[in-house]
Design a protein around this ligand. Structure first.
Ligand code: GLN
Length: 456
């Protein structure tokens, strides 16, 4: 743990950490050492892990990178944090992310990183003028730069897979409900899902085994399936595996360098004994409008709780209660968060609900059905994670739509609740990493990790 703390201190300019506390981390590490010495070690004993700042923690602040929660401390640990601690993991600190996990570049940050006076975007360790992806950009940057051997992330519409791709690491978003959402600061509850980010599929499998499992008392949407050993199939043969390649993932929008890297990865899979099967996911493009209706709708409801009364920021100046709410929320939320609240409130309002929200729910169902049709013809689906490599910091920050469009390949699996992962598949323009996305059917995480592991 002290090795990683020192590296994190030396690389503060990346902006990856929002909170560190050496005393807390080293005390946990000493307790782990004692267990290792007495032979009572648990599966992840002493493994340093850093958590996305979207998970609430007792021993560290939890801000979701928002002014609204600057300095906030939770009276309890998120289930994910608790489960990893129970398995022996040592917490290195809290990692930057887009505010309330809304974004694709980790540029929407409203609280300062460790060692900094003002908020800053996270930098990509491969090229510090570029974004690390988002919203789990701090997690991806920390793992890629060797500031942490592993990290937690959350993925609502791609926030584990896309930063993993942009930083050349491995990450998996499990089936919706695999991991408890208790203590994850909510963005869009029907989509939010936690997952591990690490250097390999094997490491992700070890972490996922500790993170997954039902949590019926605290998250009613957690699946009633027992925790598994996700390492069990890592070495299984992929001879004869049918890899579905959706035509729609290789259309106009994708950059030539990304397409070349993905093609090469698919050829490598053929050499390993897999078979390529052309498939169709005809509603791929619709995933963008559907997601950007449903996610803001749910966000607008989830963010109602930040009213300045119960916790978090409260405006200093106000004449009455209504103005206290108004000033608190005006000051506390950043631009992108306010945009989502506006869109979400609009699509849920009387007169627009049927035209937008209800229609989006119907198309969401059709997107999920399309995947089931595709899985009749293939075992896993493969394609790019994102249409381009990591862009320059600032390049898209004035254009929300450009950010939204870059989510096209991650949103379909999110809307369907399917497990998806990203693994390094080579390099594209500017020597930047390209991620290969694998999508599996429900609860097929062990299979996905196996297919990824055989490639690595
Ligand atoms: N980029 C998407 C968004 O801004 C996804 C974010 C996420 O998965 N948390 O909503």
């Amino acid at each position: 743990a002290s090795h990683f703390l020192a590296r994190a201190r030396d690389h503060q300019s990346l902006g990856a950490f929002l909170a560190m506390d050496e005393d807390v981390t080293l005390a946990q590490a000493r307790a782990a050492d004692a267990r290792l010495a007495t032979g009572s070690a648990r599966p992840l004993e002493g493994l340093p892990v850093a958590h996305k700042d979207i998970f609430v923690t007792r021993d560290f602040p939890a801000t979701a990178a928002s002014r609204m929660l600057a300095g906030y401390r939770s009276p309890f640990d998120a289930t994910v944090v608790q489960k990893l601690a129970d398995a022996g993991a040592v917490t290195l600190g809290k990692l930057s992310c887009d505010e309330f996990a809304m974004g694709s570049g980790n540029e929407n940050v409203a609280v300062p990183a460790v060692g900094a006076a003002a908020p800053q975007p996270v930098r990509n360790p491969w090229d510090s003028t570029r974004v690390p992806g988002g919203s789990s950009g701090g997690s991806a940057a920390a793992v890629a730069a060797g500031l942490a051997p592993a990290a937690t992330g959350t993925d609502t519409g791609g926030s584990i897979r896309q930063p993993a791709a942009f930083c050349g690491i491995t990450g998996i978003k499990p089936t919706y409900g695999r991991i408890s959402r208790h203590g994850m600061i909510a963005f869009a509850s029907s989509l939010d899902q936690a997952g591990p980010m690490a250097r390999s599929a094997e490491d992700c499998a070890l972490l996922l085994s500790a993170m997954a499992g039902p949590d019926p008392d605290r998250d009613s949407t957690s699946l009633d399936v027992p925790a598994e050993d996700f390492t069990r199939d890592l070495e299984a043969s992929i001879e004869g595996l049918r890899i579905g390649v959706p035509e729609e993932f290789f259309g106009e929008g994708i950059d030539a360098d990304v397409r070349t890297a993905i093609d090469a990865a698919l050829q490598e899979y053929e050499r390993l004994g897999a078979r390529r099967v052309p498939i169709r996911l005809p509603r791929t493009e619709l995933a963008i409008p559907v997601y950007y209706i449903i996610a803001p709708a749910e966000a607008s409801a989830n963010l109602e709780r930040f009213d300045g009364v119960k916790f978090g920021h409260r405006a200093k100046q106000y004449a009455d209660l209504a103005e206290m709410y108004l000033n608190t929320r005006t000051e506390g939320f950043g631009e992108e968060v306010k945009r989502r609240i506006m869109v979400g409130t609009y699509v849920l309002s009387h007169g627009y609900y049927d035209a937008y929200y209800l229609k989006a729910l119907k198309i969401r169902r059709i997107i999920a059905d399309d995947f089931q049709k595709a899985f009749k013809e293939c075992d896993v689906i493969a394609g790019p994670v994102a249409p381009s490599v990591a862009w320059k910091i600032g390049e898209k920050s004035a254009d929300p739509l450009a950010n939204y469009l870059a989510d096209i390949f991650t949103l379909p699996a999110s809307l369907a609740g399917l497990p998806g992962m990203s693994l390094p598949a080579g390099f594209g323009a500017g020597g930047m990493p390209v991620g290969l996305q694998l999508i599996g059917n429900y609860l097929q995480e062990a299979r996905l990790l196996n297919v990824a592991h055989r490639f690595q």
